[in-house]
Design a protein around this ligand. Sequence first.
Ligand SMILES: [Cu+2]
Ligand SMILES: [Zn+2]
Length: 169
Amino acid sequence: MIRTHSCLNCFSPLGHRPAASASIIGSKEYPNIRGTVDFYQTESGVVVATEITGLPTSDNRCESPVFGFHIHSGTRCSGNASDPFANAMMHYNPDNCPHPHHAGDLPPLFGNDGYAFMTVLTDRFDLRDIIGKTIIIHSKPDDFTTQPSGNSGEKIACGVIRRMPNLRL
Ligand SMILES: [Cu+2]
Ligand SMILES: [Zn+2]
């Protein structure tokens, strides 16, 4: 099959149901965060479509909120007093690459008065590889340099990636 790179090819799946999805919930300290991350397999990679509400806001225009965003290798959104999502573990990194070349690394989310929407294409994994893994929103921007996780601060929201029923991957 010829591999095409038209954007139509990227976006046509968005008219259909996602093949996998994660419901995002904030930690105890960030109870208002809610949202969805949908995953669509395309010929060019996986389209990750994210919509989040209730994110922290800032009145300082020079501190407009940016939130590190990654797929993590753990399978549970649970943890302990110092890290409520410690069991999400580290960035999904099956090829043992440095950050930001982990398979689970994604562009950060921009907060717009608490609301974030982002759609991105990545060919770093197949959908079947990330079913059951977690997706994490962090309190700080990802600097795309610091090892092992971009100095992106605490984990403020989490969701487990689940296969949608009645869909083959
Ligand atoms: Cu992360
Ligand atoms: Zn990473």
